[in-house]
Design a protein around this ligand. Structure first.
Ligand code: T4K
Length: 391
């Protein structure tokens, strides 16, 4: 990879991009290759590839211990984990979620004939605004799903109060929040349950994978049945179910990555600090900060481009793409503007002004263990040169 360090070298209007290979957001963090290959050999030698094998059992125990929670029910991906959690909690009718989230949060409901009702977010944190949630409750509402977007905290207490007042179930989509804490307590210990994603692009991956964390024994037991077709013993199906099982090779990747997790957090934090330093002082560009008093995985470097910036959000993305830096504008334009939901609720946008503002401003920049300080300096130079040129 050719690293060009000075703004003069940047070819914003020229033909040679700053990077020869695309620089991606969402490059997987991968632990020891040797350890993974050793586990792969063991799995093949054992001839035990799936169906609650020893790797999955060890993985579940280690993830539960890491989050200081009673149960980790591992699944094949985060979306199926959401679907199973939603079904195990008995949600139906309408469930309130933010529109500013990955589409899977909405799909996991809609797929089960439950209506996702979109509530607005707090523009400072990008997570559900409790007062907006209150406004969306109807007699058909049965639950609230808070999304810990970018691993950030959600107003847990306020949401729990609303849920208790109205007899609603509260759960969290914590797909981004592996290893994060809220007021010193690890993710997984809030609401009825919390769902993690271990997709390749997440801070912590098992190639594909997900899990539900909960302290509720009965709920965990139901979800274990549901992820394995409802089987209790060899010939006995006692519950409706699906195939949500994690496979052994995925759990092996998870164990290897758990062993490397401290270094992954350190790499992400150090990248975040370089971005913070390099982007400071640029007009109209705000880096979403991490609360350093909590445990964070620092996986998402999120900037917001406001009207005070001489360049627009999309112009900045274009300038980065021209340099082979594939920055992303997640989760634009909000779930309510995606085809399946736009047609169902054409007026949803009227009550989602903060969602629109945030979705129109956000850019995600590359980070992770494959990115170093020099690379970040090049990325931020592209932004700085472009913005200063527009001023
Ligand atoms: N809830 C929330 C809040 C979520 O964000 C997600 C998933 C879920 C629920 C559902 O969990 P899962 O069912 O996925 O476990 C990605 C992921 O597919 C998705 O897991 C994730 N959220 C979402 C935020 O991002 P895309 O559409 O961005 O994927 P794609 O293919 O464009 O890849 C993103 C970037 O990562 C690209 O620049 C390429 C790079 N990449 C990707 C892969 C797969 C790599 O460098 N290596 C890879 O192996 O959805």
């Amino acid at each position: 990879m050719k690293l060009i360090q000075t703004p003069q070298d940047l070819a914003i209007n020229g033909a040679t991009p700053a990077f020869e290979q695309p620089l991606h957001v969402g490059r997987p963090n991968i632990g020891s290759r040797d350890a993974f290959l050793k586990f792969a050999e063991q799995i093949l030698d054992r001839h035990w590839l799936s169906n609650n094998g020893p790797m999955v059992q060890e993985f579940e125990q280690r993830v539960a211990d890491y989050h200081d929670v009673k149960h980790c029910v591992a699944m094949c991906n985060g979306t199926v984990a959401l679907e199973i959690a939603i079904r195990a909690l008995g949600l139906e009718g309408e469930v309130i979620i933010p529109s500013y989230t990955f589409i899977a949060t909405a799909h996991a409901l809609h797929w089960q004939a439950i209506t996702p009702v979109f509530a607005d977010i707090n523009p400072a944190t990008h997570t559900l605004d409790p007062e907006a949630v209150r406004c969306m409750i109807t007699p058909r509402t049965t639950g609230i799903i808070g999304v810990r977007l970018w691993g950030r905290s959600v107003p847990v207490e306020a949401l729990q109060t609303i849920a208790d007042e109205h007899g609603l179930k509260l759960m969290f989509d914590s797909a981004h929040a592996f290893g994060c804490s809220y007021k010193g307590t690890m993710v997984g210990n809030f609401g009825a349950c919390e769902v993690l994603s271990f997709h390749a692009t997440k801070f912590f991956n098992t190639f594909e994978g997900g899990a539900v964390l909960t302290n509720d024994d009965k709920l965990a037991e139901t979800m274990r049945l549901m992820r394995n077709f409802g089987f209790s013993g060899m010939d006995n199906v006692i519950h409706p179910g699906t195939n949500g099982k994690m496979i052994e090779i995925a759990a092996a990747m998870g164990i290897v990555n758990l062993d490397a997790i401290t270094g992954m957090v350190e790499a992400n934090r150090s990248n975040y600090l370089v971005y913070r330093e390099e982007l400071s002082g640029l007009p109209g560009i705000r880096l979403l900060s991490y609360d350093e008093s909590e445990r964070n995985n620092y996986q998402y470097v999120v900037i917001e481009i406001s009207e005070e910036c001489p360049a627009t959000r999309d112009q900045i993305i274009q300038s980065l793409h021209a340099e082979n830096i594939l920055a992303r504008r997640y989760f634009w334009p909000g779930c309510h503007n995606m085809k399946p939901y736009r047609e169902l609720y054409p007026h949803a946008g009227l009550v989602l002004p903060n969602t629109k503002q945030v979705a129109d401003r956000v850019v995600l920049l590359p980070t992770g263990t494959t990115v170093d300080a020099g690379t970040i300096q090049t990325v931020t130079s592209v932004i700085r040169v472009f913005v200063e040129d527009k001023a």
